[in-house]
Design a protein around this ligand. Sequence first.
Ligand code: ZN
Ligand code: ZN
Length: 349
Amino acid sequence: MEVITYQCPNCAAPLEFNSETQKWDCKFCLSSFEESDLQKMQTQETAEPEESEQDDQEQTGQKCYFCPNCGAEIVTDESTVASFCTFCGNPVVLPKKMDGLFRPQQVVPFQLNKEQAKQALYQLCRKKPLLPRDFTDKAHIEKVTGIYVPFWLNDCYVNANLQATGERVSSWKKGDTQYTKTDVYALFRTGSFIYRDIPSDASKKMDDDMMDALEPFSFEELKEFQMPYLSGYFAQRYDVSKEECRERVKKRIEQSTKEKLRETCLHYTAVQVSSSSADIIKADSKYVMLPVWLLYTKYHSKDYLFAMNGQTGKMVGELPMSIPKAFLIGGIIAVATTILGTIGGLLLC
Ligand SMILES: [Zn+2]
Ligand SMILES: [Zn+2]
């Protein structure tokens, strides 16, 4: 089984992607390389003949990878396509696992680094009054991992419709009598919609809601996929098919078209939606890798997971809540209300 470590042409130390410069750095001799330099190196590597014996091993389900740097065995699961040698920390890419259908079409390269991910978490903590004071202590961040998550970007052509009842109330006075009239209308709305680049994560390991919450990504920065982008990060290949993902996408589309059609029911006193539906009549999906930082945090032996959009810095996750602080703030609000109530009472006297 083939394992690639992108090596520095000068000193053979491993190269890692630098999200700040968008180049590949050698930490050993401090040289830096462009994408075009790496592509040249890549062609040389793929030109090497592959041994058929190793392919047999792959077919029988046995997976042995050896670190090109130290020779230690690299243990990965089925869906991991880029990792690190647990023994020497060397970054490795497993190109065979990205063959054919598993080769991503495009990638959004990391824009933010590990340090920025940590800072973003501290920043998030600073804004939360209910957070236990010692949570922000740096010691609590256990692990920060940069990972390329597989996503499908879905383009969908949709026909949708909505049925509702609308009410218009009018009222007038004649003599001493007040008249009120309610007109009830049956409303039908239908429309065609085109959705572009709806992301849905294609990894079972990733929490769907968490990945959805990382949106939006800016897809103007999508680059043609090149293997070296993965060097220095973890990466997963998809294990949820585009068809499976489309079920989730459909739910989002149903919600969105319902809202859009509902917005066209104007000039009614009240609108009650009775039914709505959306049919995807045509869909295309693109397979891409998107950058995510995962921050594992332990606090009073409980795990807290945060994720940060590796392109925009948007942070998601749930912070612990300090119970005494919650009582204190709740108490302040209660006291304030009582005081206001008392003042109100005094004024009335
Ligand atoms: Zn070097
Ligand atoms: Zn190693």
